[in-house]
Design a protein around this ligand. Sequence first.
Ligand code: PLP
Length: 384
Amino acid sequence: MFSDKDISRFTNLETPFYYYDLTLLQNTLKKCASAANVYNFHVHYAMKANFNPTVVAKIKSVGFGADCVSGGEVKQAVELGFDAGKIVFAGVGKSDKEINFALDQDIFCFNVESIQELEVINELALVKGKKAKVAIRINPNVDAHTHHNITTGLDENKFGINSWDLPACAEVLKKSAQLEFVGIHFHIGSQITNLDVYKSLCTRVNEFANWFEERGFTVKVLNVGGGLGIDYHNPDQQIPDFEAYFKIFNDFLEIKPNQEVHFELGRALVGQSSSLITKVLYIKNGKKKNFVILDAGMTELMRPALYQAYHKIENISRVEASSVVKYDIVGPICESTDCFGKEVELPETFRGDLIALRSTGAYGEVMASNYNLRNEVRAVFTED
Ligand SMILES: *Cc1c(COP(=O)(O)O)cnc(C)c1O
């Protein structure tokens, strides 16, 4: 929800831009941190959700670590002042250069996604005379019940090491002198709204932790990844239920003394704290369709084109509707998938109206591109 003050401020700014509500972000972070502290759980923020430095600085200030999926993200985390001991590095395709960079930074651990990667990290660590801490990312074959394009923990997905490869993985760990095994890692998908999914995950985590312990490994870290969803249909209902989320892991994981539980939340921390603010360029009334043509498109917000993601669309210039019209809401890019919503009911809309695409804090600004030689999208923050 925007105040009259917000809207009059937006009217004077060049569109499109991502608007960040830093107060809401701060409140979300505080809620998450205090819910995690109840159980002494550790949170690493998944940088890929939003690496805007202003946003990341807020996240760092509540004491979270950083979960990175590229050398660039590791570098950004270091530069923004994250303690190297709180940086983890996942990803199916870490290059030698990225691994070397992370070794030089002495990060907390590599979440390793294949047996070959274990061997490569061992070799590169040997050259540097270092020990590399590793956690094994296991593909637990748990259905996250989310959009098929954002599920990651099924046998058919490219992520993690499959259970049938674990005996070979254990052999490699045992013979690799430069590797220090710290634990096991999972991340089964994103925008998970059915919390029962996490109960199934806990069962699998317990099984795999026991499997490693039975073979003489000490599993210090149980890293259960992220994926907690947000309510895209109710962007004003803003803070996810972190209490319920963490409670499930406390209730269903068999946590041994001295074991740490790690989380990697992205979307749930940042998703609701931003909206993409855009202006109506044209209204085009067709025979079957009415189009609202915006000055923002898939180059600014790719999620709808990439995986049919839903974002609530509001005409914030016309709160009191005289009549309601159905529109297809589209961008200016020369692609038919450049569409934010079909048959969206809005108050009758006119050129120059401001439109808010809500809940764009996660996987929004970070996925922007300059396709069609578009300008870089700007970020605007709440004024304190
Ligand atoms: C993307 C990602 C996350 C964060 O996912 P969210 O759905 O944004 O919480 C966590 N861990 C890993 C390894 C990831 O790739």
